[in-house]
Design a protein around this ligand. Structure first.
Ligand SMILES: [Zn+2]
Length: 276
């Protein structure tokens, strides 16, 4: 019943996209996976303010079915078709605010999430190069904090050992980044790790070689980060994510507009395929 009430409350503009989507004869909803990095007022593209994050979580809780990565993979494996908008939440890199800030907000809304950690940097003083311009370079989690996330029911996945661009490393080095990170997390968590998110995650980072290397390294899924929704039936090794940005998704209504646009584009592609 909550889902029905939520659908009634969708903001103006949302249904425009939905209508266009359904007009193209595709009643099935796509799956959506969002990606965050840091939660806090950092003033850059990778930091999403905590109050805004809470507002987005509230909006998603009310308007989407929130599913874990496990649930998403099971539905894809079974060929299930989503009857309502679904959303899965992920985080990349392993920032400490994921544990200190994001987890309690997610918990407050009873939302699942998966954290993809840069395994070789966890528990070290290492700071990422792209954070050099920030007033205070954000810290990464230690292993106790990662274990606390897992104990709270969140998923933990690999984001390589050293935030390697998978398309640019090869052979033994690539194997070390993929297998070594999985083994390190498994040793620290005493649990199997099966999910992988490409650092950077551009389309050019997620080619056939990278995909096959991740499969050979024992992962069951690969997540990119170059935008787009996930169609039912897509391979678990080719899951796209939408990076949530304070510039483009500052408020829930901005998210709703962007989501509507993605649905519209999806409808357009389907129409072109049907006409071909
Ligand atoms: Zn990353």
């Amino acid at each position: 019943m909550r889902a029905v009430a939520a659908l009634r409350n969708l903001p103006h503009g949302f249904w425009h996209g939905v209508d266009r989507c359904l007009d193209h004869g595709r009643g099935a909803w796509p799956y959506c996976v969002v990606a965050f990095h840091r939660i806090g007022d950092y003033g850059d593209e990778l930091g999403y303010p905590a109050t805004g994050f809470a507002a987005l979580c509230r909006y998603w809780r009310d308007h989407y079915e929130i599913i874990s990565l496990d649930q998403l993979l099971a539905r894809l494996a079974h060929g299930d078709v989503a009857g309502a908008p679904t959303l899965s939440v992920t985080f990349d890199d392993g920032y400490r605010d994921n544990h200190d800030v994001a987890a309690s907000i997610l918990d407050g809304f009873d939302m699942s999430a998966t954290f993809f950690i840069t395994a070789g940097a966890i528990g070290t003083e290492r700071r990422f190069d792209w954070d050099a311009g920030l007033a205070q370079r954000p810290a990464l989690m230690n292993w106790d904090e990662v274990r606390a996330l897992r104990a709270a029911g969140f998923g933990i996945g690999s984001h390589t050992l050293n935030h390697a661009r998978v398309s640019e490393v090869h052979g033994r080095e690539l194997e070390r980044e993929l297998v070594g990170s999985r083994q390190l997390i498994e040793t620290e968590l005493h649990q199997r790790v099966e999910d992988f998110a490409y650092p950077y995650g551009l389309a050019s980072d997620c080619g056939t070689e990278a995909r096959e290397a991740a499969r050979a390294a024992g992962y069951r899924t690969c997540l990119s980060c170059h935008g787009g929704l996930i169609e039912p039936g897509v391979s678990a090794y080719e899951l796209q994510r939408v990076c949530v940005s304070p510039r483009f998704h500052a408020r829930p209504r901005d998210w709703a507009r962007g989501y509507s646009r993605m649905l519209w584009q999806r409808g357009g592609r389907a129409s072109l395929r049907a006409a071909a």
